[in-house]
Design a protein around this ligand. Structure first.
Ligand SMILES: CC(C)(COP(=O)(O)OP(=O)(O)OC[C@H]1O[C@@H](n2cnc3c(N)ncnc32)[C@H](O)[C@@H]1OP(=O)(O)O)[C@@H](O)C(=O)NCCC(=O)NCCS
Length: 185
């Protein structure tokens, strides 16, 4: 039995483990792991934990998550202040990658000020959990007066693109940095 609930600090390690697992990287590369976490996890659970939701099993163990940055301007400012220096400390390449990532997540800022990330452990994919997480996040954001949401995923991630389109998202643009999709509610 899977339930969706707000993120709690005790979920941190499992959420980070899922973020790394689904990045499909060389997990012996510690620098790359740190980079993936600071880019795709730590900002959200540290700066906007109220916008993070987890799917948990009957033992209250995380099997999936979604989280979002609610407002581009706040995200850009805090990310630049706190996380960009961490990327720079890892390498110049990661710093440039991080700057590009900020651009991809803020280029539609007028219509889509909020963006999300989502991941489900392999064994739990294709069971409707991702769709429930998206719906939970949408209802939560609507309650705060947020009316749209976007994300960027790999252009070759056909399964994920199909998943977002089935959940009402439309493709906005594809560049060499990925495909942006958005939904207005
Ligand atoms: C993409 C993802 C979040 C979707 O969550 P989910 O719980 O598996 O999706 P749901 O069960 O709610 O919806 C299933 C639909 O998603 C799509 N889908 C994408 N990846 C899938 C997968 N690995 N298994 C099954 N369906 C998948 C299919 O279109 C499917 O619809 P269909 O069964 O009618 O073809 C999840 O599969 C996942 O974490 N994948 C790996 C990491 C990833 O790509 N994350 C997103 C990065 S932008």
């Amino acid at each position: 039995m899977i339930t969706i609930r707000p993120f709690e600090e005790k979920d941190r390690e499992k959420v980070q483990a899922l973020c790394i697992e689904n990045a499909k990287i060389d997990e012996t590369d510690e620098n790359l792991k740190q980079f993936i976490l600071l880019m795709y996890c730590n900002y959200y659970i540290e700066q906007e934990p109220e916008n993070c939701f987890v799917a948990v099993d009957e033992n209250d163990e995380v099997v999936g998550y979604t989280y979002c940055a609610e407002n581009c301007d706040v995200y850009e400012q805090k990310f630049t202040e706190i996380y960009l220096p961490q990327a720079f400390a890892l390498s110049l390449k990661y710093y440039i990658d991080a700057k590009l990532d900020i651009i991809t997540h803020t280029m539609f800022r007028k219509q889509y000020p909020a963006h999300l990330h989502i991941d489900i452990f392999d064994a739990y994919q294709g069971q409707g959990i991702g769709s429930k997480l998206l719906e939970t996040l949408k209802q939560h954001l609507m309650g705060k007066g947020v009316r749209s949401l976007m994300l960027v995923c790999g252009s070759d991630n056909d399964g994920a693109i199909r998943f977002y389109e089935r959940n009402g998202y439309e493709q906005l643009i594809t560049t060499h940095l990925g495909t942006a999709l958005g939904i207005v509610f």
